[in-house]
Structures are given as C-alpha cells and as structure tokens.
Design a protein around this ligand. Structure first.
Ligand SMILES: [Ca+2]
Ligand SMILES: [Ca+2]
Ligand SMILES: [Ca+2]
Length: 272
C-alpha cells in the first residue's frame, strides 16, 4: 500500500509494485500528466482539491479493478478504457470519466457511479451509448460526445440521467441525438469551423417543447448547424466568444438569445 498526497502538483507519478494506491488531494488543484501504477488493483482518491489526470490511464492503471473517489470533495477527471476496471466511484464534486468501451465491456457486476455533483461521462463513439451499454452507469448528469471526424447517432431511448447533452468536437462530423427526454438541454463547446452540427429529436414531441442550447467554450466561440425540429421554443446562450449558428426547427416559433458574447444567427447552409 502506498499513500501519496498531491498539493498543487503538476507532473507525473509512477508507483511500482504497489497493490493499493491511496491518493489524497490537498492545498490546491493538482494535474498528473501521467499516472502509472501497474500493480495497483485498488486506487482511491480523497481530499478537498481537484485532481486532473491528463494521461489515459488505460495502460498505467491496467490492473485496477476499482477506482474509488467517493471521499473526494474536489473534482476528479480521469480517462480509462481498461476492461479490468469494474468499479468507479466519483465524489461529491463535478467529476469527469472519459471511457470508450461500453459497447464491448458491459459486465453485469460493473458499477460506475459518479456520485453527487454534476458529473460528466465522455465518450467518443455513439455505439457506447445505449440503455444496455450504460445499464451499470449512474450519477452522470452530462453526456459529452467527442466523435472526431465522423458522424454519431446516439439513441437515448431508455437512457436516463443525462440532463445535458454536450458536443465537444472540432472535427467534421455531426452528432444526432434521438429519443431525447423533454427536459434535456444542449451545449456545444468546441465546434469552431462550421462543419459540425447537432441534430436532435425528442422521444415525445408535443406542441410546447422548449430547450436551451449553450454555445461556446471557456474562451472560444463555435460555428455550427442546429437542427431541432421538435422544439417550439429555443433558448440560446452565447458565451466564451462570438458564436455563429445556422438554426433550423420546423416546430420552432420562438428563439430567445441571452449571454454576454455576440451571437450571429445565420440562415446560410453551413453543413450541406
Ligand atoms: Ca461526482
Ligand atoms: Ca452526479
Ligand atoms: Ca414540438
């Protein structure tokens, strides 16, 4: 067993021959460019500060069956597509799990629970998202799709919990969401060159549907195509930087725009 405390640490961490690795965050946020502990079957993360592991730990933590951050009150961001990982517990903060093997790794005993907080599950391909593939996932409120230079059609029929659907892709593909819950809202944080888009349809189309589309990353704007035919009301929030969108919706009668950054609504066909 090895106990390690990280305090405003930025660098790598390598641990050899340790079966249980306990990480405690303290003082300020830390970022691990790499985390390698290939003997560790159990990894815990605790403490009050944010921990971001920028490296994909699929190899570095390839023996870990459990990553337990339930005692963490800061935010954990971690990437793992390791098939041996069967238990993930997030803490009370807004955690992010990047994982891309749900379509091939659906062990009945697996449990991926992000816990309290507004937590994000980030996937690359649409095939990872289905009611069957996410049956053992809970506590994730946001779904982020980074589909690279391809199109993705995500069928959310029977998938519950994702109140926010986020596109975070600056490639050339488009994301299509189907069977979306009535209360879902959308974000586009990274589509900057006009080749990306979101097309979405509700599971139940009524005569009074409304949603919010938030455009822009932390400091960047987006340029996108939106096709949301089922929504009578579309609320657009413009943040990050100046945003541009080609907005389409056959049911749409009301568009409200808010936010501190400029927004241009174009009727030009960006992506066809
Ligand atoms: Ca959490
Ligand atoms: Ca949560
Ligand atoms: Ca409608």
């Amino acid at each position: 067993m090895q106990d390690v405390t990280v305090d405003t640490y930025t660098g790598t961490f390598v641990s050899a021959g340790v079966e249980t690795l306990n990480i405690t965050t303290s003082g300020g946020a830390s970022t691990l460019a790499d985390l390698t502990a290939t003997s560790a079957t159990s990894v815990t993360v605790a403490g009050s500060q944010n921990l971001t592991i920028t490296a994909d730990t699929t190899t570095g933590l390839n023996a870990a069956t459990s990553i337990d951050a339930s005692a963490l009150t800061g935010k954990l961001s971690i990437t793992s597509s390791d098939t041996s990982l069967s238990v993930f517990k997030g803490g009370t903060g807004d955690d992010t799990l990047i994982r891309n093997i749900q379509n091939s790794d659906t062990g009945a005993a697996d449990s991926f629970d992000a816990g309290l907080g507004t937590d994000t599950l980030s996937v690359t391909t649409a095939a990872n998202v289905s009611a069957t593939n996410l049956a053992n996932y809970s506590g994730f409120e946001r779904l982020t799709v980074t589909n690279g230079n391809g199109t993705a059609t995500i069928n959310l029929d029977g998938v519950s919990g994702f109140g926010t659907l986020r596109m975070a892709d600056d490639g050339t593909g488009a994301v299509t969401f189907t069977n979306v819950a009535a209360t879902a809202v959308y974000e586009n944080t990274l589509a900057a060159d006009g080749d990306e888009g979101i097309t979405t349809t509700l599971k139940t189309d009524t005569a009074a549907d409304a949603t919010t589309l938030t455009l822009g990353g932390a400091t960047t704007g987006v340029d996108m195509l939106w096709v949301g035919n089922d929504y009578e009301t579309l609320n657009i929030v413009s943040k990050g930087a100046a945003n541009l969108a080609d907005i389409r919706g056959t049911d749409t009668t009301t568009i409200n725009v808010s936010g501190a950054l400029g927004f241009t609504m174009s009727t030009a066909c960006i992506d066809c």
